[in-house]
Design a protein around this ligand. Structure first.
Ligand code: ZN
Length: 293
């Protein structure tokens, strides 16, 4: 099954619902960053959250989620957009912690339980929108939920889930986001809360073969779920050699000459996708000219 996201309405429009299957998307990030067990789950959950938030944007609008916790994983950064593209970075990919007391992957242990959760939205306006909340859990689903409630004033429930194999690769990944619209009755909220308590993890449902549509139906039976839109999602990095060339130019002529003299070239590595770009001495000489000009 290819990764995709669905957007839906439920309970006569009082609930906006999103669900995504993202196994291959997260698996590609795992391969590119060579993340270990706990880091695989932390980066994967962050990317699923980024996809869900990103799906509320219009096409070319972009979004960055920065999770700066006090745990050993260090900063996690996810970029997504309204087209279903996502890429992610984790400072320390080699984190493999014992399971937590509940027998689950200890994402909080990797992320930390204190720090800052930031969302920056580039909506094509002069100034990007930026919202910030403290990390309240470190398990990430609750942190996305808290961010939406406090920073965007949208009462929500966010579930992010990644099933990791013993060899650190990804078996299943996905999530959901339910947003409660103004005027929703207490009965609706109570019904959703009760269902969330009994629902298995989304990655388990995906592993069992459930589609995003089926996950929403499982989550909200008898809610009249109406699918509005379906969108493929994928790991995508928009880096290219020109971007790194621009970055090298900003280092200045002296620094570029040092790369020529000492290293006889330069290699730039993209921290989001791991792609490598090589600049030989001639190319560096050209960039040096531009730096002087
Ligand atoms: Zn890249």
């Amino acid at each position: 099954m290819k990764d995709y996201l669905v957007k839906a309405l439920a309970y006569d429009g009082f609930v906006r619902a999103y669900a995504v299957s993202a196994t291959e998307t997260v698996a590609e990030a795992q391969r590119r960053h060579q993340t270990w067990h706990t880091a695989s789950a932390a980066l994967g959950r962050s990317m699923v959250g980024g996809l869900l938030l990103g799906s509320t944007l219009k096409g070319d609008d972009k979004l960055t989620v920065k999770i700066q916790g006090n745990g050993p994983a260090g900063a996690i950064i996810v970029d997504s957009n309204g087209h279903g593209d996502v890429k992610g970075y984790i400072k320390n990919p080699q984190i493999s912690l014992p399971l937590n007391a509940a027998g689950k992957i200890d994402v909080r242990g990797a992320v930390g339980d204190q720090g800052i959760f930031t969302v920056i939205k580039d909506l094509g306006l002069k100034e990007p929108f930026s919202g910030q909340t403290p990390i309240v859990s470190g398990e990430l689903g609750e942190d996305f939920t808290y961010y939406l409630a406090v920073s965007e004033q949208v009462p929500s429930a966010v579930g992010l889930s990644v099933l990791v194999e013993t060899d650190d690769t990804i078996r299943a990944a996905g999530g959901f986001m339910l947003q409660i619209m103004p005027g929703a009755s207490e009965e609706i909220i109570a019904a959703i809360e009760a269902r969330l308590k009994e629902l298995p993890r989304v990655s388990t449902l995906i592993d069992e073969g459930q589609t995003p549509e089926e996950i929403l139906a499982t989550l909200m039976p008898d809610a009249g779920v109406e699918i509005l839109d379906t969108m493929p999602v994928q790991f995508h990095c928009d880096c290219n050699k020109d971007k790194f060339a621009t970055a090298i130019i900003t280092l200045g002529a002296k620094e570029i000459q040092a790369m020529i003299d000492e290293d006889h070239g330069a290699e730039a590595v993209c921290s989001f996708c791991g792609n490598k770009y090589h600049f030989d001495e001639n190319e560096l000489a050209e960039l040096k000219k531009e730096a002087i000009a």
